[in-house]
Design a protein around this ligand. Sequence first.
Ligand code: GUN
Ligand code: ZN
Length: 424
Amino acid sequence: MADLLLGQVIRFQGDPFDNPDAAQPLTHGAVLVDAGRIVAVGDASQLRAQAPTARVHDYGQKLISAGFVDAHVHYPQTAIIASWGKRLIDWLNTYTFPEEMRFADRAYADAIANRYLDLVLARGTTTVCTYATIHPESVDAIFTAAQTRGMRVFAGKTCMDRNAPEGLRDTARSAYDDSKALLQKWHGQNRLSYVITPRFSPTSTPEQLQALGALWREYPDCLMQTHLSEQLDEIAWVKDLFPQSRDYLDTYEAQGLLREGAVYGHAIHLTDRERSRLVEAGAALVHCPTSNTFIGSGLFDMALARSLRVGLATDTGGGSSFSMLRTMAAAYEVAQLRGQSLHPSQLWWLATQGSARALRCEDKIGNIAPGLEADLVVIDLASTPAIAQAAARAEDLWQTLFPTIMMGDDRAVAHVWVDGRPLP
Ligand code: GUN
Ligand code: ZN
């Protein structure tokens, strides 16, 4: 039986970075869902007439949106989120690597994978693109947890063959073999996609990067995710480790790890050559604003969104929040520090369509349009007294929405639909 959701509806008919009118809110809107898909979106009275037998879910003044898409996370870092006082390299060695070691235990990996997906679903995030650990079982754990919930999830085994502790290192050969076996097992099953995942150049030898480049050529429709130019100390380290390379991006480019389908996290301190190569190659960048302030990395240049696919992400657990609302707020603040004011429609787009485009799945998720998969979030625009009193002054949807973007948390997430079904 079809379901008809009634409320205010936010959807995009273009990119608000190109066209300020790309977002077209419907005040008395409706979304018709059947068999996991969005069948129609439009005016409430019109869709009620079109689908008189559909089960009606009247959400009143609440806002119906595509579910959030978090384009760069490390689910194994769930339990070490908000760890104090370190910058990137020390933070990895002090907090991250010891925690990732624990994922050799499949039961622990299962427990964290389930905990993590429940935390993000409660915040309206219906798709994530995650790094696992070097343990193949950590990939099995997150894909199994995603499958149980019917979620569209991207994940890959993190590969590291140097500059990581004993127990967290693979080799060029085993990284290739294990990644290939996981890819063959999971890629395209239900709503799951395997992502080839070298952690970052400092923890991979050129031989490992080359092996993963070769794997990517065998499976060109997969994504490849890694980190790029996050912190200045890291960039200096890459220069020492790769004296032959022109810049950080070149360490990937030289091994066949730069083309469409490449998804680079952070990408803050880019040279002119790196920027133009990223644009030419059609790569995607992921902005992780709460992480970039929390770990002290720097301020991403949102002007890049005019020439590249740019997604938005929490970067759990370098980021300090599981919430894409909090992440939109941080993106707004970071842009302000660079003299750019992001419009609420641009922030919302980044957290839905922008991230879906970065992951090259905008034909499936990240918007409300006929034919897309029905992953939806229903937002209460007056979820706390502080938000309600600010929203009460608003004269249009954007003014109503902005206090929720800046101050909202899981209390703003009234309902979540995954694959055409409401979560209990
Ligand atoms: N660079 C390499 N690994 C990581 C990680 O786990 N988190 C962040 N923020 N940056 C990284
Ligand atoms: Zn990361």
